[in-house]
Design a protein around this ligand. Structure first.
Ligand SMILES: [Cu+2]
Length: 126
């Protein structure tokens, strides 16, 4: 919501927005999301972020040990049974990044995948 207001102000003020964007606290709010890992899926299965924004995923395992890997971003963490791990990153390009479980967790492990979809800032008006 704050982001939408900021974008509206930035559009209204035109060149003044360059000054506002120079302020890190306004230009780079953290996009925090909860992710649940369980045999054999991640919820949500599609995580949408904006290219260049700071993303914080709080990943919780609902059953056993799982992995959470986004190979293109060099992220690979182990989520303990019943515990959670926080991962922070920025998607450097728009597009699709594959997310996979990187810890063998049972018969459906190979199908335990999700997607990170990064879109450019102009196409995220919500
Ligand atoms: Cu697995």
């Amino acid at each position: 919501m704050r982001r939408i207001i900021f974008l509206a102000i930035a559009l209204a003020l035109g060149s003044v927005s360059l000054v506002l964007r120079a302020s890190p606290s306004r230009a780079n709010p953290v996009h925090e999301m909860q992710v649940v890992a369980r045999q054999f899926a991640f919820e949500p299965a599609v995580i949408q972020v904006t290219q260049g924004e700071l993303v914080r995923l709080v990943i919780h395992s609902a059953d056993r040990v799982h992995g959470f890997a986004i190979r293109d971003l060099k992220i690979d963490v182990q989520i303990p049974r019943g515990g959670e791990v926080v991962v922070e990153f920025t998607a450097p390009r728009a597009g699709r990044y594959e997310i996979a479980c990187s810890e063998f967790c049972g018969s459906g492990h190979g199908q335990m995948k999700a997607a990170l979809v990064s879109v450019t800032a102009t196409s995220t008006a919500r």
